[in-house]
Design a protein around this ligand. Structure first.
Ligand code: XMP
Length: 515
């Protein structure tokens, strides 16, 4: 059975991917695409509904992102959210103005028309999450107001004849009390979707597809040892058995005993793995390089040339598999109109040369999934907990956690510090309640005093974050006791660090890694 689809046109909101997540959580497949996606492309995907996301623009701004009015003639239900609502109003001739004050945060939403499919089963008054500076002053002809807040008289409207709805608040944000119910109403009652995005089907369908596509050829897999690459390898292995060749490249930029951990786990899971020691070539190419994007590009290039060299040794290799996931793709895609900037070249997407350069075809079985979906798949496949819940480790490894130039001494300092952090996260039973924790070594030295002696060593940063999908994150609110313990141990046990600081920024505005 073909899966039902909700198409989301992205106007650059920091919450756009949350819309995609929430709808997948209720069992319906979503695609998040640039607002410039052509109508013919949208139609070719046969969506049951279209959502216009929020965005940081004003519809009257010069060059603000607009879409063709033809989208409203498709006879496909449409839901506009925030900027998406203002855009619908603008395109139908409504009037939008700057609000007296920017409205950000909690508001009480009142439903004006209870016989409205979008608000079925929702109390007349509920909490919603607002984040806007423009608001609709006059709705276009043929629309009616279906909800308001005390400071926003037109907080929701719908078309009188067509299936077009819009809300000024963000139903995808958890702080909107009945946000999921609103999305469910849109997806199930209005778009008539069936919840047929099931991860069980995903596993079997993916195995079948890979079997058919690969046939009797061989696949090399860039294996990193994280949950994404384990799940990728496991699925492909189930599909084609020994035609899969996993290659793990030891860049020398890894956590302590990473090679040993990986070969042990692969043995346990019966996965064929080849470990390539490429420490020297990575380090020599990184010498003198300071620019973060340059480091990422170098790592990407080196990875690919190692793969190419190794894959040439295997007969009949036609495919390169990678554990790319959906957030890698969203974050690496540079939007033509710079709505959402290309943040970083994640090494398994933007940092790699194009596959045609390598003469191998790409297989990326997880590229439609978010991280938590990958974990669910891994759980269904029976992967051990220490793989499933292991914190992610970036492909470029320590090269982006050592700010400035990378050298052997700094790698050894960071390795020891990260190992202490890992031990204490486990001692304090914190590892599983945070999503990613690591140390960043700064290229800054500071003065300290140890055993009555002056020290002049590096400062390092402790970064611990909580996140649902790694696209937004908050710093973890850890106890002073834990922070003190980690800091004391690192300073006492690691030669080369004499000062620790804790990073208390969220993503956005920061990112999780520092480079
Ligand atoms: P940022 O720093 O972009 O990180 O907020 C989001 C998540 O992605 C990981 N990350 C990477 N993973 N290759 C990877 O496989 C990369 O190049 C890369 N860069 C960042 C990061 O550790 C965090 O989990």
């Amino acid at each position: 059975m073909k899966k039902d689809l909700i198409f989301i046109l992205d106007f650059g909101s920091q919450y756009s991917h949350m819309i995609a997540r929430r709808i997948r959580d209720i069992g319906v497949y979503t695609l998040l695409c640039n607002y410039e996606t052509s109508i013919s492309h949208i139609l070719s995907k046969k969506p049951k509904g279209i959502i216009l996301s929020g965005g940081p623009f004003s519809v009257y701004d010069n060059g603000s992102p607009l879409i063709s009015k033809n989208i409203f003639q498709l006879d496909i239900p449409i839901l506009g959210i925030c900027y998406g609502m203002q855009l619908i109003s603008f395109l139908f001739g409504g009037k939008i103005e700057k609000s007296k004050s920017k409205e950000y945060g909690k508001s009480y939403f009142m439903i004006d028309h209870s016989n409205n499919n979008l608000f079925d089963g929702i109390p007349k008054k509920s909490i919603v999450w607002m984040s806007h500076f423009d608001e609709i002053k006059e709705i276009p002809k043929k629309f009616k107001i279906i909800g308001h807040t005390s400071s926003c008289p037109i907080a929701a409207f719908s078309h009188l004849d067509k299936q077009i709805y819009a809300v000024q608040f963000h139903p995808e944000v958890k702080n909107t009390e009945f946000g999921i119910s609103i999305l469910k109403n849109f997806v199930f009652h209005i778009c008539k979707c069936i919840p047929n995005w099931k991860l069980n089907n995903f596993i079997q369908n993916t195995i079948d597809k890979i079997k058919k596509r690969v046939d009797k050829k061989k696949v090399v897999l860039g294996f990193s040892g994280g949950v994404d690459s384990f799940v990728t390898a496991y699925i492909i292995h189930k599909a084609i058995g020994s035609s899969l060749n996993c290659i793990f490249v030891d860049t020398g930029l890894l956590l302590k005993k990473e090679r040993e951990r990986i070969s042990l786990l692969c043995k346990k899971m019966n996965l064929p793995i080849q470990i390539i020691d490429a420490k020297n070539r990575f380090l020599s190419r990184l010498t003198g390089v300071i620019d973060p994007e340059m480091k990422r590009k170098i790592i990407g290039e080196e990875f690919i040339s190692v793969f190419q060299k190794e894959s040439e040794k295997i007969q009949d290799v036609e495919f390169l598999a990678q554990g790319t996931i959906y957030s890698d793709i969203i974050e690496s895609s540079s939007n033509k109109n710079q709505l959402s900037d290309s943040i970083k070249s994640h090494h398994n997407v933007g940092g790699l040369p194009h596959p045609t350069f390598m003469k191998l075809k790409l297989i990326e079985p997880l590229k439609e999934l978010f991280k938590d979906e990958v974990r669910k798949i891994g759980k269904k496949l029976g992967l051990p907990k220490d793989i499933l819940y292991r914190h992610p480790f970036p492909g470029p490894g320590f090269s982006i956690r050592i700010i400035g130039e990378v050298n052997e001494k700094k790698i050894s300092i960071l390795k020891k510090a990260e190992n202490i952090l890992l031990q204490e996260l486990k001692n304090y039973n914190i590892y599983n309640s945070v999503n990613q924790a690591f140390i960043i070594l700064l290229p800054v030295k500071s003065v300290g005093v140890m055993g009555d002696k002056r020290t002049y060593e590096y400062a390092a940063v402790l970064r611990v974050t909580n996140t649902e999908d790694f696209m937004t994150a908050t710093f973890s609110h850890l106890s002073y006791d834990f922070l003190e313990k980690v800091s004391n141990r690192i300073i006492n046990e690691v030669d080369g660090i004499n000062r620790m600081v804790y990073d208390i920024t969220s993503k956005p505005p920061s990112t999780i890694e520092w480079e």
